[in-house]
Write a protein that binds this ligand. Structure first.
Ligand code: BEZ
Length: 225
């Protein structure tokens, strides 16, 4: 890897990193991240540009589920390399034509500084942001980063599932199976994290005997949630 590429990569946040501190211009005024949302979850999502078809369907879909996100103590904040007036005009258009008022803030990253810091610039295209999603927990730690291509709109129900999964995992110290809560093997049950000592294996076997948990083997145990 060239030295410059290496330095650029080093600057991009990863899962487990604290969300970088920054002050951003938004449709709701200046916001300090991550402080503004400290103590709650938030999803920062970028889109390529205002007034584009897939992005418009995404904003409509996010707004439709905004109450569900808030019930999960989760805030939303959009981002693109556009000016505040463009975001506002687009929001106005969405409300007029589609009947949904966008209630969450959108970052106006006109000069692309935030996008650069978060690694959101479209390789090869230069001036637009990719469809990215950062999920950040109440301690401002980045818990998930997702990237999507321009031609594919995101699935907001999956983001709701992820937030619910993270919250359950944190609260109960469990792991979440594929397609939870409709997993093909264990339905809505949750996974006991892998045992990492002989004592933990013995404990697991005992809990299985006591009927507290069920196991395919000592390394794949699950329980009711
Ligand atoms: C869209 O949102 O429709 C879109 C944005 C950028 C490139 C292609 C499609």
């Amino acid at each position: 890897m060239r030295k410059k590429d290496c330095e650029e990569k080093k600057g991009m946040p990863l899962i487990g990193d604290k969300f970088p501190e920054m002050t951003v211009q938004t449709t709701h005024g200046e916001i300090k991240l991550p402080d503004k949302f400290k103590g709650q979850w938030y999803i920062l999502f970028s889109h390529p540009a205002d007034f584009t078809p897939v992005c418009t369907t995404e904003f409509y879909a996010f707004q439709k589920r905004y109450d569900q996100f808030r019930e999960l103590d989760t805030e939303l904040i959009g981002l693109s390399i556009d000016q505040v007036f463009s975001h506002l005009k687009w929001e106005e258009w969405i409300e007029e034509k589609m009947g949904e008022k966008i209630e969450f803030p959108i970052i106006a990253d006109g000069r692309g500084k935030v996008a650069e810091k978060l690694g959101l610039i479209h390789g090869g295209e230069g001036t637009t942001t990719v469809r990215a999603v950062f999920m950040v927990d109440p301690e401002s730690t980045i818990r998930a980063i997702l990237y999507y291509p321009a031609e594919l709109g995101r699935n907001m129900d999956e983001f709701i599932r992820m937030i619910k999964g993270f919250q359950k995992s944190d609260k109960e110290g469990v792991a979440i199976p594929a397609n939870w809560p409709e997993n093909e093997l264990i339905e809505d049950r949750v996974i006991i994290p892998p045992a990492n000592s002989v004592e933990a294996i013995d404990d697991r076997k005992k809990r299985e005997e006591d009927g507290e948990i069920e196991c395919y083997d000592w390394w794949l145990c699950h329980r009711e949630s």
